[in-house]
Design a protein around this ligand. Structure first.
Ligand code: SF4
Length: 159
């Protein structure tokens, strides 16, 4: 069994079950500002974002997305720097209101929560973790975010 699968099954034994301190800092953009970062899309993400642009899902996918080697849809990156096409120069998200669920779930991704060590590594790049204004995100809320991330990462391949 993979390590993350054990984490899901043994949720009550997880290191984060009593919550962690986090707040998303407005206009921070650190989690988006990653050349080569990949944002997987759920079918619901594609429907919501296409509607925001008043486009069909098919048209939006062909204009603003690409596929991974195994065929899952992901957001396109800017050719000049490999960053997300929706990241503005001032580090804000231009589709904030309808952003992909994987973006909303950050930093509560499987690879970040798999161990306390992985979380400390995430903390080094995310100033919202243990920020003075952070609030406790409880274990149930974290679980919901993990599910969001899992569904998005499973993704979809066909329209
Ligand atoms: S869609 Fe928005 S929140 Fe998600 S990576 Fe792009 S800029 Fe960041």
């Amino acid at each position: 069994m993979a390590r993350w699968e054990r984490m899901f099954r043994n949720r009550d034994d997880s290191w984060w079950k009593n919550g962690v301190n986090f707040t998303c800092i407005p206009d921070c953009g650190r989690c988006c500002d990653e050349p080569g970062g990949i944002v997987y899309l759920s079918r619901e993400d594609a429907t919501r974002i296409a509607k925001n642009f008043d486009m069909t899902v098919k048209d939006w996918l062909s204009k603003n997305c690409r596929t991974t080697l195994d065929g899952r849809f992901v957001l396109e990156s800017k050719p000049e720097d490999g960053r997300c096409i929706y990241l503005a120069p001032d580090k804000t998200c231009t589709i904030y209101e309808v952003k992909p669920s994987q973006c909303s779930a950050f930093p509560f991704w499987r690879e970040n929560l798999v161990s306390d060590r992985a979380w400390q590594k995430t903390k080094a790049m995310c100033p919202g973790i243990d920020h003075p204004d952070a609030i406790v995100i409880d274990g149930n809320a974290i679980w919901v975010k993990l599910e969001q991330d899992r569904i998005a990462e499973d993704g979809f391949k066909f329209i």
